[in-house]
Write a protein that binds this ligand. Structure first.
Ligand SMILES: [Zn+2]
Length: 441
């Protein structure tokens, strides 16, 4: 039993105890008794966050992201993230094979893991593979409109119809490949030495153009569409227009786009912030907060894909360096701290970090909310503890934090996954392998 806390339920912040039996929440109420009691006076209890977008031990840019499922899920535990939704690695074989091998790769996870199936190269027999993926517990399918992995509109049309037929979700990395190519071609060798080339090579119009296209295809196919990592005001506008038309579209943004801006690329060490889409202007940053407020953007995920500093310091051409930032451990403190200063109610923040991603990706009602019968994935959170983010104090495998020096108010005290403590008082207390694959329904 957890006693004395203020509990963040979908109905608001309640003064209630939480009874846990085995792996589930068994009761909410004032007069509960338990064999074992956690005194949480002065703390909040949040639903464990569901990070809908992570890349653990993922091949990228010719190397591999620096967190394994084992190390990355320990960082997740430290950050109050009790479920990650990672991606299969498209092998050229069937989606089912990709799913099985990725579940095996995640066997030493410390928190729960769900999966999106990465789809590279559509072909007619993929429709059966999509149906099989749903049987295996994967209901969201990731497409790119850019990179070598991209699908063209003709492929997306067929793919979206097949996914609509099983009520799946098409998740898209939306950037227009031709605009990115043209913008990149326009940069001289000299210009490509500077990290400033990153936002210039991938302008916001590339994002909004691709979102508009895939939204039109999704409307035609009747499929649920989810836009990954929206980074710009133009991108928000494209999502908003589609929502107004009644397209079944949801969108996420990431902490990096909510608190950082492209000013860092002018620094001598600007490469450390390489990420795709790139960081944008302060105007874009504020437009994203507005889009969270008005419901244009539904969820906040991290796109956690850590590299060490040295990985990004190779070569003269910034357009060829590994891109990606760590984030799973700092998602909640940043979102709650920055969100509260901007007037967001805590239950709205819980919606963005837990309830919405769980609902969008088919993990509700097990995940994402505090209610009787749900998994006991809980975070004891001290809303007042002030601290400063520093890579040295974090727990994932990277030697750099994009948020170095950011002062936040609010800290994770402990994290439970299915009733078991995995993080307490600054220490990992879970076990590799406690995390389970969570099938989407
Ligand atoms: Zn990603």
């Amino acid at each position: 039993m957890i006693r004395g806390a203020r509990v963040l339920t979908p109905y608001g912040l309640l003064a209630t105890s939480i009874g846990i039996a085995g792996k589930h929440i068994a009761a909410l109420g004032r007069n509960l008794v338990g064999d074992e009691t956690i005194d949480a006076q002065g703390l909040w209890v949040l639903a464990g966050a569901v990070d809908g977008h992570t890349h653990m031990e993922a091949p990228a840019f010719g190397i591999q992201s620096r967190d394994t499922f084992e190390s990355g899920t320990q960082a997740a535990a430290a950050g109050g993230v009790t479920t990650i939704v990672d991606f299969t690695v498209a092998s050229g074989g069937t989606l089912g094979r990709d799913i099985e091998s990725r579940i095996a790769a995640a066997r030493r996870a410390a928190v729960d893991v769900a999966l999106h199936a990465e789809v590279v190269g559509w072909r007619p027999d993929r429709a059966d593979e999509v149906a099989n993926a749903v049987r295996l517990g994967v209901r969201s399918f990731k497409f790119y409109t850019v990179y070598a992995e991209r699908s063209d509109p003709e492929e997306l049309k067929d793919a979206f119809r097949a996914i609509a037929a099983v009520d799946g979700v098409a998740m898209v990395h939306a950037e227009d490949a031709e605009i990115v190519q043209t913008a990149s071609d326009g940069l001289s060798r000299e210009e490509r030495r500077s990290a400033n080339a990153l936002p210039r090579s991938r302008p916001a119009v590339a994002e909004s153009t691709a979102i508009s296209l895939v939204a039109a295809l999704a409307e035609w196919a009747g499929v649920r569409l989810h836009i990954a990592h929206v980074s710009s005001e133009d991108g928000c506008e494209a999502v908003r227009r589609a929502k107004t038309r009644g397209v079944r579209i949801t969108a996420e943004t990431c902490p990096q786009y909510l608190v950082l801006d492209e000013g860092v690329y002018k620094r001598a060490d600007g490469r450390a912030w390489s990420v795709i889409p790139p960081l944008r202007t302060p105007t874009d940053r504020e437009a994203l907060w507005f889009a969270l407020r008005d419901g244009t953007i539904d969820a906040v995920a991290t796109d956690h894909c850590p590299f060490v500093r040295a990985d990004k310091e190779v070569g003269d051409n910034v357009l060829e360096i590994p891109c990606g930032l760590p984030g799973v451990e700092t998602l909640l403190p940043i979102l709650y701290s920055e969100g509260r200063t901007r007037g967001f109610e805590p239950e709205r923040l819980a919606g963005l970090s837990a309830e919405a991603p769980a609902r969008i990706f088919g993990l509700s009602p097990r995940k994402g909310r505090i209610a009787v019968g749900t998994d006991a994935d809980l975070v004891l959170y001290d809303p007042e503890r002030a601290w400063t983010i520093s890579a040295a104090g974090l727990h994932r495998a990277s030697d750099v934090s994009p948020y170095e020096g950011l002062a936040v108010r609010g800290a994770i005290v402990s994290t439970l996954v299915r009733g078991r403590s995995v993080w307490a008082d600054g220490e990992f207390v879970g076990v590799p392998g406690w995390g389970q694959f969570v099938p989407a329904i």
